[in-house]
Write a protein that binds this ligand. Structure first.
Ligand code: TYD
Length: 222
């Protein structure tokens, strides 16, 4: 399956941990379905059943010795499976694909947060994603401390789910990631839209919808 066969739209939701982007993705999916659109929702790291197995390695707090390069390659292993198995076929079928995180997460967390730099991330992206770039990326922004407080509260509510390895990184890691999101939005203003996440979910959803509806209009006119 090649990226040139795509007819659908690819929208990614990004943002710091605890920004509320997953809630926003669910609300957006419902709204799009309500408009009669076929929607595929995915989340990274994970998505496909194989990707979910990779996710367990990545997020298990027991895996403290995971090296930055291993972390990077596992993120892309899950993504490559997701792109081939789910995303490209759905786009070829004309669906709207929503992904909770994609390569921008790797740019900010592994590229900036871990200090691996953007070039290595972009190189592996070319292999794993076959040139697939989102049509629109909504970055739900929140200050690092409030986001992490929400993420930690969520982890406490789910004691059986061992998924906190990355949330538990030092605060500097998360500060670097958030700053990198801001730089990304400045560098690619047509694709990456920053949306303030510090409001009621319905209010944030309306902000998200402004950008999505504008994409849908321009896709319909194209
Ligand atoms: P998850 O439990 O899915 O939380 P969230 O709701 O914040 O997305 O955890 C995903 C974690 O993995 C999150 O801390 C961000 C991190 N991550 C990376 O470091 N690189 C990546 O490429 C991706 C997709 C996620």
């Amino acid at each position: 399956m090649s990226t040139t066969e795509r007819r659908g739209l690819f929208i990614t939701l990004e943002g710091p941990d605890g920004s509320g982007k997953s809630t926003q993705m669910r609300m957006l999916g419902e709204r799009l379905r309500g408009e009669g659109r076929a929607v595929l929702e995915s989340a990274e790291p994970g998505g496909t059943p194989i990707g979910m197995q990779v996710r367990r390695i990545l997020l298990d707090p027991a895996n403290q010795e995971l090296c930055p390069t291993t972390e990077l390659l596992l993120m892309f292993a899950a993504r490559a499976q997701n792109v081939e198995q789910w995303i490209l076929p759905a786009l070829a079928a004309g669906k709207v694909v929503l992904s909770d995180r994609f390569t921008d997460s790797t740019l900010v967390y592994q590229g900036a947060g871990r200090g691996l730099g953007p070039d290595v991330v972009k190189q592996i992206d070319r292999i794993a994603c076959h040139g697939l770039v989102p049509d629109l990326t909504i970055c739900v922004d929140i200050d690092t401390e409030s986001g992490l407080a929400r993420a930690h509260a969520r982890n406490l509510e789910r004691p059986g789910r061992k998924e906190s390895r990355l949330d538990e990184q030092a605060i500097e890691f998360h500060h670097k990631a958030r700053a990198a999101y801001h730089r990304l939005a400045e560098a690619e203003p047509d694709r990456v839209k920053l949306v303030q996440g510090d409001a009621a979910p319905e209010v944030v959803a309306e902000r998200v919808w402004q950008h999505v509806s504008s994409l849908l209009r321009s896709a319909a006119g194209a």
